[in-house]
Design a binder for this molecule. Structure first.
Ligand code: ADP
Length: 341
């Protein structure tokens, strides 16, 4: 009896301490599980026999199916494609793979009695990189064309001192024209970069008198050179907007309408509809084939071009900046209608 009464408090204390430790550990564990469950990475904990010890929801987000704890990482998947992927991973330990239009990065970390697989979906980063490369290669190509011409004509003028006055003038005009193209191109590239950085532009919004704005558009100077009627139908008196942006949008659309229309009309219509300002630019020009109608809004994309193929990309980015939308209705040989909201 005596011994029991002496040992009992010590044993109780040990039990109490142990249970406190267990409580602390389970709190740690549940916090850790919460972290793993909520990170935007796929995590799989696997033992040395390739059995899954832990998985989380993001895995099913990546692969469209999950794996149960206790199943084999190699053949426990219900989807055949995922199963083949993990079979390959266990054999080859690849680091990057394309899977169902996604680019996935796998990290394998060895731990005692097993390993952890961390899977990152890097599709966005990769496509951004590809887009950047694409942009630079297109931009350099576009810049090279006028520069090559300028260098060529200048060299001819420098090396042939006895060139007659008429040819001299002709070459100087080519140089001037190409320099202007270069200037336009650089301005367009800078403008596009600026728009992409803008994100919001409420600080430069003003009340614009639409009638005055329409009189200041480039098309007014172009009209004399072609037999085209310019029709304006506008019921918006003032618009709260960034004036420079609105002019850029309309100038780009009207320049295109004018350039791609031989004869007939160009109609600019604007009106209010629900909570939107609507601007329509319609022409009786060459029209755009269905298969090209989405592509023409991409940077540098051109079919039959007067410029660098950046005009509509600028329009689209500006419209998106104001949470607007752009629609195109076009028939080859009949004409096109660009509708901006
Ligand atoms: P570009 O400076 O080459 O005209 P854009 O980005 O403004 O570049 O237009 C892209 C392409 O879309 C043009 O190359 C042209 O083929 C086509 N396009 C644009 N507007 C019209 C239009 N109103 N009618 C016919 N084709 C058009």
């Amino acid at each position: 009896g005596n011994v029991f009464f002496r040992v009992f408090p010590i044993v109780s204390k040990i039990i109490e301490r142990q249970s406190q430790k267990i409580d602390k550990l389970s709190l740690h564990r549940s916090n850790l599980l919460k972290v793993i469950e909520n990170i935007k990475l796929g995590v799989l904990l696997v033992d040395s026999k390739n059995t899954v010890i832990l998985t989380q929801t993001y895995i099913s987000f990546i692969f469209g199916c999950n794996i149960e704890q206790g199943q084999s990482i190699i053949d426990g998947w219900k989807n055949y494609k995922v199963l083949t992927l993990f079979d390959k991973f266990t054999k080859e330990n690849f680091q990057k793979i394309e899977f169902e239009h996604k680019i996935l990065k796998f990290h394998k970390i060895s731990i005692e009695n097993g390993y952890i697989i961390i899977i990152e979906d890097i599709t966005k980063e990769e496509s951004y990189q590809a887009m950047k490369m694409n942009f630079f290669s297109n931009a350099s190509h576009e810049l090279k064309t006028p520069i090559t011409s300028i260098v060529g004509y200048a060299e001819t003028l420098l090396l042939n001192k006895d060139i007659d006055k008429k040819d001299q003038n002709k070459f100087l005009k080519y140089i001037y024209k190409n320099a202007l193209n270069l200037n336009d191109l650089i301005n367009n590239i800078l403008q596009l970069a600026e728009i992409e950085h803008f994100k919001q532009s409420s600080d430069v919004l003003t009340d614009i008198d639409v009638e005055t704005l329409l009189l200041e558009l480039n098309i007014n100077h172009l009209l004399n050179s072609k037999n085209i009627e310019f029709i304006k139908e506008c019921s918006i008196k003032t618009i709260h907007f960034n004036e420079y942006h609105l002019k850029t949008i309309l100038n780009n659309l009207l320049d295109n309408a004018f350039f791609y229309t031989k004869e007939g009309y160009i109609k600019l219509k604007c009106y209010e509809d629900d909570n939107y300002y609507v601007f329509e630019v319609k022409d009786s020009g060459i029209g755009i084939e269905k298969s090209q109608q989405d592509k023409i809004f991409e940077r540098f994309y051109k079919i039959k071009s007067k410029g660098s193929g950046l005009g509509l990309a600028i329009v689209k980015h500006l419209v998106l900046l104001y949470n607007g939308s752009i629609e195109l209705e076009s028939t080859v040989g009949v004409g096109s209608l660009f509708r901006l909201k």
